[in-house]
Write a protein that binds this ligand. Structure first.
Ligand SMILES: *[C@@H]1O[C@H](CO)[C@@H](O)[C@H](O)[C@H]1NC(C)=O
Ligand SMILES: *[C@@H]1O[C@H](CO)[C@@H](O)[C@H](O)[C@H]1NC(C)=O
Length: 165
């Protein structure tokens, strides 16, 4: 949990809270972009210390949350043949999910430079792309939107193209 708390309390992330009301009242850029002039991913790409903290934070959150989902929601993934993790990084979440649910074929989806570094894993296919263009087809999509601490799990058939919902 340490890296997660350190990331959330880092000056770069704390500064964005000052832009929250402006973000809620207008339709402008995200609070992070309004504060730093670029999105979170571009920002961490140019800041190695924050990038390391960000990566560790994502992985530590996955290690904490995924067992909770698997143990706390039995049967949730029953009947699914394939599952895509959107923004899955190096595949930490998908690794844990296919280990717990050995009938699932996992697709770990993230930007091409991210998945190009992801270590190979049995029953996990790494796919590079941009989620704002399209998302690989699977029976369900898993999105862990860490920054806002929300977890969405969509069941049902996904069409390629995530913008429509
Ligand atoms: C964090 O992960 C991204 C994506 O895998 C990678 O490009 C970047 O180099 C990592 N950052 C550090 C500091 O290792
Ligand atoms: C994935 O990245 C996280 C954060 O950098 C790291 O803790 C974890 O060991 C990596 N997993 C693999 C399988 O390389």
């Amino acid at each position: 949990m340490a890296s997660f708390l350190l990331l959330q309390s880092s000056p770069a992330l704390l500064a964005t809270w000052h832009g929250l009301s402006a973000r809620v009242l207008t339709n402008g850029p995200s609070a992070f972009e309004a504060t730093h002039g670029k999105d979170l991913w571009s920002y961490v790409a140019t800041n190695p210390a924050l990038s390391k903290l960000f990566n560790e934070s994502m992985a530590c959150d996955a290690r904490r949350v995924v067992p909770e989902i698997i143990n706390g929601c039995p049967g949730l993934l029953d009947g699914l043949d394939s599952l895509v993790d959107v923004g899955g990084g190096n595949g930490t979440t998908m690794r844990l999910l296919v280990k717990a649910c050995d009938w699932i074929r996992g697709i770990n989806f993230d930007l091409p430079h991210v998945v190009s570094d992801a270590p190979a894993c049995v029953r996990v296919e790494h796919v590079g792309g941009d989620m704002f263009d399209s998302v690989p087809n699977a029976d369900a999509a898993f999105l862990m939107v860490i920054i806002s601490l929300c977890i969405y799990l969509f069941r049902g058939r996904l069409a390629t193209g995530y913008g429509g919902g």
